[in-house]
Design a protein around this ligand. Structure first.
Ligand SMILES: *Cc1c(COP(=O)(O)O)cnc(C)c1O
Length: 325
């Protein structure tokens, strides 16, 4: 199995830029996780780096995962497989199978894609894993890079943010980002809890899930990761309970800006994307980052939040930008 140099150590912290444009009466900064150095970057690279550590130990002959045709995660895993010199098998729900730039990249990387009905995803994964296990050693990664390794990737990101704040001599009042399967938000929340930062709100802007279900998944991921830290004796049993309670009280997962759900958007979003592109030179897609950035500006306005320092994490999705051109 080959090794991937950019995944060996911790990432070089991704840059943070102060925005030029006026997006409301606050100071805006963008953390460029879209610039992570593998396969067009994005939050799925941070997650994949953590899975990679386990993959190189277990030496599978095939990576198996699932996701829609817009999935940045599937692109990263297909590319991880080619870089390791092994194969990749993706299970994809038919309901979300229109062609996007990510689908094309996944195909060009030679990943095998099996389409199935949304309600057959679990069976199809089980069958595929069983079949592949007969002939070899498959490694399964949850859709979206969900799970403790994925969460850990964003604990690292939170530490990069702390480092930036120290270096720049500022403190962010809010951290916003697009929230989907929840690992990104969970990692940030855990990072914040471990470092005891109180007066700073992390706001996940939902790109698909309603608040109750989506928020629960984030919280479950936080609890699961804290449990994992306790098992490794990195936090005490008392600390574990205290952290879990704090996470439950403080969670902010907002579903007001979903605009009809995953993949749907209005002109307000494309207008915002165009403004950010023109003023900052930063590209955003409509499914995740553009929608979340627009949602953030709405949230700040609707809650009359002014004079604050706001960090927005650009979680990637760069190839999807080209879908909307
Ligand atoms: C997957 C994804 C998200 C959501 O991340 P989760 O960890 O699943 O919440 C946000 N932005 C982009 C560009 C993504 O690809």
């Amino acid at each position: 199995m080959k090794r991937i140099p950019v995944f060996e150590e911790k990432f070089t912290p991704t840059p943070v830029y102060r925005c030029n444009g006026n997006y409301g009466e606050n100071e805006f900064y963008i953390k460029r996780d879209d610039l992570l150095p593998f396969s067009f970057g994005g939050n799925k690279v941070r997650k994949a780096q953590k899975f990679y550590q386990e993959i190189i130990e277990l030496k599978p002959d095939v990576l198996v995962t699932y996701g829609s045709s817009s999935s940045n995660h599937c692109r990263i895993i297909a590319n991880l497989a080619t870089a390791l010199g092994i194969s990749c098998h993706i299970i994809s729900p038919k309901e979300n199978s229109h062609e996007t730039t990510n689908t094309k990249i996944v195909a060009s990387l030679g990943a095998k894609v099996t389409y199935c009905d949304l309600n057959q995803v679990k069976e199809t994964i089980d069958e595929t894993m069983e079949e592949l296990s007969k002939a070899g050693n498959p490694y399964f990664i949850m859709g979206g890079g969900h799970g403790n390794p994925g969460t850990e990737g964003y604990v690292d990101a939170y530490e990069e943010i702390l480092e930036y704040e120290k270096h720049a001599g500022i403190e962010f009042d809010y951290i916003f980002h697009a929230s989907g399967t929840g690992a990104t938000q969970a990692g940030l929340v855990v990072g914040q809890l471990l470092h005891g930062r109180k007066k700073q709100q992390i706001v996940g802007i939902s790109i698909a899930r309603p608040a109750e279900a989506g928020g629960k998944v984030v919280l479950d991921s936080v609890h699961e990761y804290i449990e994992h830290l306790a098992n490794q004796e990195k936090v005490s049993q008392e600390m574990k309970e205290a952290l879990k309670n704090k996470a439950t009280e403080g969670l902010c997962f907002i579903d007001n800006y979903r605009l009809g759900g995953y993949g749907c958007y209005y002109e307000a979003v494309t207008d915002m994307i165009s403004k950010v592109e023109r003023e900052e030179g930063i590209a955003m897609d409509t499914t995740y980052v553009g929608k979340a950035f627009w949602g953030m500006t709405q949230y700040l306005q609707e809650n009359d939040i002014k004079g604050k320092k706001i960090l927005f994490i650009h979680t990637g999705g760069t190839p999807l930008y080209f879908n909307q051109l």
